[in-house]
Design a protein around this ligand. Structure first.
Ligand code: TXA
Ligand code: MG
Length: 366
């Protein structure tokens, strides 16, 4: 492995800040997932982010800034956004969201300013901005003195990393520096919210900041693809990155129709037929809550093959489930299980929306 995992000492952060200013890439911790950071003002650094991740350039990046840049005025004066293109209601929503949700897991998509290279936004007239809350990310941004474009530090389409070791596994042979900030507290990516000129709010990606919190802050409805469909409206154009399958383990992951613990006999027979057809000899199972062992034993007895199970939260907390989601997927992907099954997540409050979204994207139809 080429990468060095560095503890976040003042000396190491100073080195990382210098590397970043010189156009190099550094993997950094955030409270959501680890990011592969490079100077957002440097088109060459941006190009190497895309290359290192094998990411198609039509999938735009998020620009991370330090808390003292987290206002409309400062973002404008640094050339990152153009608030003059926003009407009064858009400005009011943006102000409230920046005040109440930054630093934190919320990314705002706003009119792009002149200093942002087109490569960062994949040619879009808007730019995604976020102020991370992780103390190491904040200190690095302050030392570097530049905004950092940082997609999740995984190879394209793969599971996002939530520890320095995960980053090493994904990109250890492609980058030099990984700053170790411990395990990510939130565990799923930031919520991406776009604010258009007239003040229409659209959630482009569910994530670490729950929808109901955003609506309470803006006192305005937020469109989501699901709600638009329910209203019979045309869904908003999804952000480019959302068109693709994402967060996928290498092994096939099957999204169960019901919780594994309550699968009906007919569902178990259908599952067994699929497994026999594929010649599957061992299973990995993700259950959303509770003790995974009795469920694994039940499936093992019924299907006649070994089942290794992980519970996302024994106590049934959605916050804890989000925190453990990518780690559980990664562990089962590395295990001897040939095929993975997961409970579906139907919760829509709190982080439930983000968990459901990631499970759906990680899964493959069998
Ligand atoms: O939590 C996070 O947001 C993490 C950490 C590292 O901060 N970053 C992250 O970046 O998840 P990434 O590159 O994996 O996801 C960025 C997504 C894009 O795929 C796209 O969906 C959306 O943000 N996005 C970025 N710029 C956009 C724009 N101008 N318009 C619409 N969507 C945009
Ligand atoms: Mg990503």
């Amino acid at each position: 492995m080429r990468a060095r995992i560095l503890s976040p000492t003042a000396e190491n952060l100073e080195t990382a800040a210098r590397e970043l200013r010189a156009g190099k890439l550094v993997a950094i911790p955030t409270e959501t997932v680890y990011g592969l950071a490079g100077s957002a003002f440097d088109a060459l650094a941006l190009a190497s982010i895309f290359e290192t991740k094998s990411r198609p350039t039509f999938d735009p990046l998020i620009v991370h800034v330090s808390p003292d840049w987290g206002s409309l005025e400062r973002l404008e004066s640094e050339g990152l956004i153009l608030p003059s293109l926003l009407g009064p209601s858009a400005l009011e929503s943006a102000r409230r969201l920046m005040r109440d949700c930054w630093p934190g897991p919320l990314t705002l998509v706003l009119p792009k300013g002149p200093r942002v290279p087109d490569l960062a936004t994949s040619g879009l007239p808007s730019v995604a901005i976020r102020v991370p809350a992780h103390p190491v990310a904040r200190e690095l941004l302050a030392r570097a003195g530049i905004p950092l474009a940082a997609p999740s530090a995984n190879r394209f389409g793969r599971i996002s990393p939530t520890s320095a070791e995960d980053v090493a596994q994904e990109l250890g042979d492609r980058i030099d520096w990984i700053i170790d900030g411990g395990r990510c507290e939130i565990g799923v990516e930031s919520t991406v919210l776009s604010i258009d000129a007239s003040g229409i709010l659209a959630m482009l990606r569910p994530g670490g900041t729950p929808l109901e919190r955003l609506e309470a802050i803006t006192e305005a409805p937020i469109s989501t693809p699901r709600r638009m469909r329910a209203e019979g409206d045309q869904a908003p154009a999804p952000s480019p990155g959302m068109l693709l399958s994402h967060y996928a383990p290498v092994k096939p992951l099957l999204l169960l129709e019901d919780l594994a613990a309550v699968l009906a006999e007919s569902q178990l027979s259908a599952l067994q037929a699929k497994l026999m057809e594929r010649g599957t000899r061992s299973l990995g199972l993700i259950v959303l809550s509770g003790d995974p062992d009795p469920v694994a034993q039940k499936l093992n007895a019924r299907l006649g093959i070994p089942v290794q199970a992980r519970s996302l939260s024994r106590s049934g907390s959605l916050t804890e489930a989000a925190q453990n989601l990518f780690t559980a997927l990664r562990e089962l992907d590395r295990s001897s299980a040939e095929l993975l099954l997961t409970d579906p997540c139907r919760a829509t409050e709190g982080l439930g929306f983000a968990i459901a979204d990631r499970l759906k994207r990680a899964s493959t139809p069998l």
